[in-house]
Design a protein around this ligand. Structure first.
Ligand code: NAP
Length: 249
């Protein structure tokens, strides 16, 4: 399992409850990742070749890519490595968000397009894109940026006029409503991650009538994608005989 999302954690619980042997993989981006009821490994595999070697060395029979929809490199590597190693792959991915009446979304292709879409006059931006890619916003230094990060930054923030709140989802509408109001936010920049826990900022923006610059998902090579943990469990149960975990009893 390639993890790093709440869906991955839900799937890990289902796999552990079913008594299947599995390994849960984290990239190692956060200081204290969510604990898992499965054996956990942390860190990159070393590209496609490294992942192929890992799949072979660990006699992996199935791969579930439950990474974040914006973790495109990992997902691309999984497609290539599974093809090379002859291991079936399934992606567990949330549906993207779609606008509701009252949403003021401007959809953009990528981070650079989000930077270009910012207003000319100084604004107060909730830059809800995580820790990576903040540097790109240095090109627009006149804005105030509110960041929300899982871990406290270890180095000065790369933006001259910025403040970070340290928090990890799931987030609530009441919480995000209060956050936008407390910081006088005028614009929201977000990735179209999908899912429930991160949606609150968009609902809060709609309520407040704020414009949202929403970054589209990166392209990932064709692969089978399903939306629910139950469907993954069905795939695991029916595409091969499940391997019972050795619990040492
Ligand atoms: P990425 O750009 O697609 O991946 C960069 C490299 O990190 C990969 O090539 C791989 O290294 C390693 N990697 C990524 N996910 C891994 C995993 N689950 N297990 C082992 N190695 C992994 O990914 P990213 O955007 O940096 O995201 C990193 C992790 O954070 C992902 O697991 C993702 O689920 C989670 N996450 C990402 C976002 C986001 O917005 N991007 C948001 C929430 C959570 P090698 O090439 O060496 O194998």
């Amino acid at each position: 399992m390639l993890g790093g999302t709440s869906e991955a954690s839900a799937l890990a619980r289902a796999i552990a409850a079913a008594g299947m042997a599995a390994e849960f993989s984290y990239a190692g981006r956060t200081l204290s990742p969510v604990g898992q009821p499965l054996p956990v490994r942390v860190g990159g595999f070393g590209g496609v070749a490294g992942l192929v070697a890992y799949l072979r060395d660990h006699a992996i029979s199935h791969v579930v890519d439950a990474t974040h929809p914006f973790a495109a490199q990992m997902s691309r590597h999984a497609v290539l490595a599974c093809a090379e190693a002859g291991v079936p792959l399934l992606a567990l991915e949330r549906a993207p968000w779609t606008p509701e009446s009252g949403d003021r979304w401007q959809r953009v292709a990528d981070i650079e397009a989000a930077v270009a879409a910012l207003p000319e006059v100084p604004a107060r931006i909730f830059l809800a894109i995580g820790r990576q890619h903040l540097e790109a916003f240095r090109a627009r230094p006149r804005h105030f940026y509110l960041l929300r990060l899982v871990d406290a930054p270890q180095a000065p923030l790369p933006l001259p006029h910025a403040e970070a709140v340290i928090d990890r989802g799931p987030f609530t509408l009441a919480g995000d409503r209060a956050l936008l109001a407390a910081h006088g936010i005028t614009h929201v920049v977000a990735k179209n991650a999908g899912g429930e826990g991160a949606r609150a900022k968009l609902d809060a923006a709609r309520e407040a009538g704020l414009p949202v610059i929403l970054i589209d998902r990166p392209a990932i090579p064709a692969r089978p994608v399903i939306r629910s943990v139950a469907e993954v469990m069905d795939w695991l149960a029916h595409s091969a005989t499940p391997v019972k975990a050795d619990r040492g009893e």
